[in-house]
Design a binder for this molecule. Structure first.
Ligand code: NAD
Length: 478
């Protein structure tokens, strides 16, 4: 018996959760259910995170959370419960299987069967944003080695446990050489540990186009957070409907399972919602907690139900479907098919060992980190970079000199183009002359001089080498 935390959520949440629980319990899931309240009521009761303290205790004790969709009230100040839960609980891996059910559900891609594994904690979703000048705002894209190692290793382990043959990595490392470059580099490193699984890397733009056009070319695809967020909805939609896909959020200690769709408030209480997305989440949960035979039984019964044309309103099509069922009746139909396997669609047979556990990340030996320069960012409201260069040179010290100015990344000094459009946000790169060494005291001295010259510095970024490797980007056009 495994104790789990369940939240019935808002809108259609309670209806699809009741249907889902009824199916998995009828299939023999050994679960003790502890219910918590999250979402709209909790938000409107004055808790901006949508979840009470005691509910966190339940999730952290039981470590497995099955969550129906919730409604985030309109208006500012309410934090997304999904993002908060993923990050608080360290749920680094978001797993979204997307499979066509041709010819029973209409799709342009009849043989599609892929799994998107999206990094869930970092990238631009760290949510660190600042307005720096009148004209420019910034969002920090953070990619970490532990983050990359955990998600990439998870993708390869997932492939191994679920009999998948290939793992593809999508990044944009031709442009973002440090951040996406690290993700790609770690992918190559870890892929070598899995010689039994094919690996490949695609630049995200052409990879996404290929996925939308020829999804059968892919098996497991691993990618950073933002790309995964966008592409997993695309992948689910092209199987026929976003209403069919479930999602698992996996961490080292806890896990959360859900449908990918929202609370569909307009459908509330009408017994018309499709419970399949949440049911798919629940099947992933059963595999995660080792109740694999039950997961298999439920999935095969669900495939059989779909194959017999017993469909909820959202996927009902004259000529394909045989009967339109309500939420409750659809659940009854799945229960009636428990123990059966589909005859046209491929029956599932999960490996008995679907519990994926990764080695704990261990911090590597520290590298030799050397300060080799500094980028000083300033708000400057002029237009001619040569004038800025003359002004900002006042902050040079004996050994540290201005080497370059960029505007939104493109070099504008020395030898910029007068055609380049410039904002009020400038990066001025300073480096030590010849063999001179610099320290942070040099930077403090430069900033003090800037202050005394009424220069509006907005931030600095230190330029480092790690074990002699240059660890910062060049200016575009440099
Ligand atoms: P939605 O996914 O709730 O609904 C969009 C449309 O999809 C619905 O109008 C309906 O036609 C269809 N649909 C969705 N689920 C269905 C199902 N199970 N069966 C049949 N049809 C279904 O998206 P939305 O309307 O943009 O968002 C509604 C609320 O859900 C918002 O408050 C949003 O913040 C929230 N939301 C929550 C989650 C979550 O909790 N994980 C995810 C997305 C959106």
């Amino acid at each position: 018996m495994k104790k789990i935390t369940v939240a019935k959520g808002d809108g259609i949440g309670p209806e699809i959760m009741d249907a889902t629980l009824r199916i998995i319990l009828a299939a023999g899931a050994q679960l003790e259910i502890e219910e918590i309240e999250v979402g709209e009521k909790v938000y409107l009761a004055g808790n901006p995170s949508g979840i009470a303290k005691e509910s966190w205790d339940s999730i952290r004790t039981n470590k497995v959370f099955l969550k129906a969709p919730i409604t985030t009230p309109q208006g500012g100040g309410y934090k997304s419960l999904n993002v908060t839960t993923r990050k608080f609980l360290g749920l680094y891996s978001n797993v979204r299987p997307c499979m066509s059910l041709h010819p029973f559900i209409r799709t342009k891609h009849p043989v599609m069967d892929l799994v998107i594994i999206r990094e869930n904690e970092e990238d631009l979703y760290a949510g660190i944003e600042h307005q720096q000048t009148d004209e420019v705002v910034q969002c920090l894209k953070l990619i970490s080695r532990p983050g990359c190692e955990k998600i990439v290793r998870y993708a390869f382990e997932y492939a191994r446990h679920y009999g998948r043959k290939k793992v593809t990595c999508f990044t944009k490392d031709n442009i973002m050489k440090q951040t996406d470059g690290l993700f790609h580099q770690v992918f190559d490193e870890i892929a070598r540990e899995y010689p039994d699984i094919v690996n490949e890397h695609w630049i995200i733009d052409i990879g996404a186009a290929k996925m939308a056009d020829t999804p059968e070319a892919f098996d497991v695809i691993v990618m950073p957070n933002l790309y995964g967020d966008v592409l997993s909805d695309v992948a689910a939609q092209i199987t026929g409907s976003v209403g069919l896909a479930g999602s698992a959020n996996i961490g080292e200690q806890c896990a959360m399972f859900e449908a990918i769709h929202g609370s569909a408030p307009r459908m509330t209480g009408q017994n018309t919602a499709n419970p399949s997305g949440l049911l798919q989440g629940a099947i992933m949960m059963l595999n995660h907690i080792g109740q694999t035979p039950v997961a298999e039984k439920v999935q095969n019964a669900w495939l059989t139900t779909i194959e017999k044309g017993l469909h909820t309103k959202d996927i009902f099509k004259e000529g394909i479907s045989t009967k339109k069922l309500g939420t409750r009746e659809f659940a009854d139909a799945v229960i009636a098919h428990l123990g059966q396997v589909p005859s046209v669609l491929k029956a599932v047979s999960y490996d008995k060992n679907t519990v994926i556990s990764l080695p704990k990340y261990e911090r590597k030996a520290l590298l030799k980190k050397e300060l080799v320069g500094v980028d000083v960012f300033v708000q400057w409201n002029g237009m001619n970079p040569n004038e800025l260069a003359d002004t900002i040179r006042k902050i040079e010290t004996d050994g540290i000199k201005l080497t370059m100015i960029t505007n939104r990344g493109i070099k504008v000094w020395p030898e910029g183009f007068h055609e380049t459009f410039c904002t009020d946000h400038w990066r001025c790169r300073f480096k030590p002359l010849g063999d001179a060494r610099m320290t942070k005291m040099d930077i403090i001295q430069m900033l003090t001089r800037a202050e005394n010259s009424n220069l509006d510095t907005i931030k600095t970024e230190n330029l480092y080498t790690f074990d002699g490797r240059q660890a910062y980007s060049m200016g575009q056009g440099q």
